[in-house]
Design a protein around this ligand. Structure first.
Ligand code: GRF
Length: 216
């Protein structure tokens, strides 16, 4: 692979998805290069993971800004200094302004711990259990102005087991996140994944509404 795809990762927390991405770039033939990891929290463990991997880090405290737009404008400036082809949200606990989302249209991915469109927002594992769902999982999607609402790229489905707790479910879903996020990022880096007028395209073909489905 001669071309590399520069990626900036945004996170607020522990960054296990970042770690999965880092590990996936160590295969030798990966087209992905993580150019920087940026957090709104200076103490996010994900920043330490990045430093350990020799990746540039930045932090930008949202509390130091007057409003969402001002923070997002500063964040855009910070991100664009690395000139990324793709921006990856990996547990970035901020609602993004419309301006931010538009700026990165077609090159902004998110991962969410539910089978979207089910359970947008928080506490997804508990909500799936309370609803008595037989299946649960996680989704990678392009980000649009609708929170957790953009076109789906890939979903991993796992069965809910009789004795599952929100914690046990979260653990198994997390393991799936660590598989599907690197996969989606790789597709993007290879130029195979794009956002068309009607939704996500893989190899130029429209993906189903659920995205590419991986059943376990
Ligand atoms: C994941 O559950 C992801 O789906 C959600 O935020 C969490 C981040 O986890 N968007 P980690 O920091 O990558 O471990």
């Amino acid at each position: 692979m001669s071309q590399t795809c520069d990626v900036v990762v945004l996170l607020s927390g522990t960054g296990s998805n970042l770690q999965a991405l880092i590990d996936s770039t160590r295969t030798g033939d990966s087209p992905v290069r993580i150019a920087a990891v940026i957090s709104n929290r200076a103490d996010a463990y994900g920043l330490q993971r990045a430093r350990d991997a020799g990746i540039a880090t930045r932090s930008l405290d949202h509390k130091a800004f007057e409003g969402r737009e001002t923070f997002d404008a500063a964040l855009i400036e910070l991100i664009d200094a690395f000139n990324p082809a793709l921006v990856v949200l990996a547990g970035f606990m901020r609602i993004l302004s419309a301006g931010f989302v538009r700026h990165y249209q077609g090159r902004l991915l998110n991962i969410h711990p539910s089978l979207l469109p089910k359970y947008k927002g928080l506490h997804t594992h508990q909500r799936a259990l309370e609803a008595g769902d037989a299946e649960h999982g996680c989704s990678v999607h392009f980000v649009t102005e609708e929170l957790d609402g953009g076109p789906l790229v890939v979903q991993a489905v796992i069965p809910v087991e009789l004795h599952d707790s929100p914690q046990s479910l979260a653990q198994r879903v997390h393991a799936q996140e660590h598989l599907i996020y690197p996969l989606a990022v790789r597709w993007f880096a290879e130029g195979r994944l794009t956002l068309g007028e009607e939704g996500a395209l893989l190899n130029g073909q429209p993906l189903p509404a659920s995205g590419h489905l991986i059943r376990n």
